[in-house]
Design a protein around this ligand. Structure first.
Ligand SMILES: [Zn+2]
Length: 89
């Protein structure tokens, strides 16, 4: 039993507060894609930076992070990024 279960403030996820590191080149990966079109989850795509890891094949090392929509606190900041593509029905 966790004491935080009754406390909504602890039950949010902000992907910009966490780091995603590549297991292949050992460098940090960058968010390159957002998919908000799923009803129950937001899907974020991370890839290695070409400048930092030119030898890392993103098709092999690409990372997909799924965040349950009701816990996701990242979308507001995601929309501020220049490469954010809004997906509306
Ligand atoms: Zn890499």
């Amino acid at each position: 039993m966790s004491q935080t279960e009754d406390s909504p403030a602890f039950q949010v996820i902000d992907i910009f507060m966490m780091s995603v590191k590549c297991g292949n080149c050992d460098k940090y990966q960058t968010v390159v894609g957002f998919d908000m079109s799923h009803p129950d989850k937001n899907v974020y795509t991370y890839e290695c930076d070409w400048d930092v890891s030119p030898d890392c094949d993103v098709n092999v090392t690409r990372t997909i992070v799924e965040v349950p929509k009701h816990l996701d606190n990242s979308t507001r900041r995601a929309e501020e990024l220049p490469y954010y593509k809004r997906t509306e029905e």
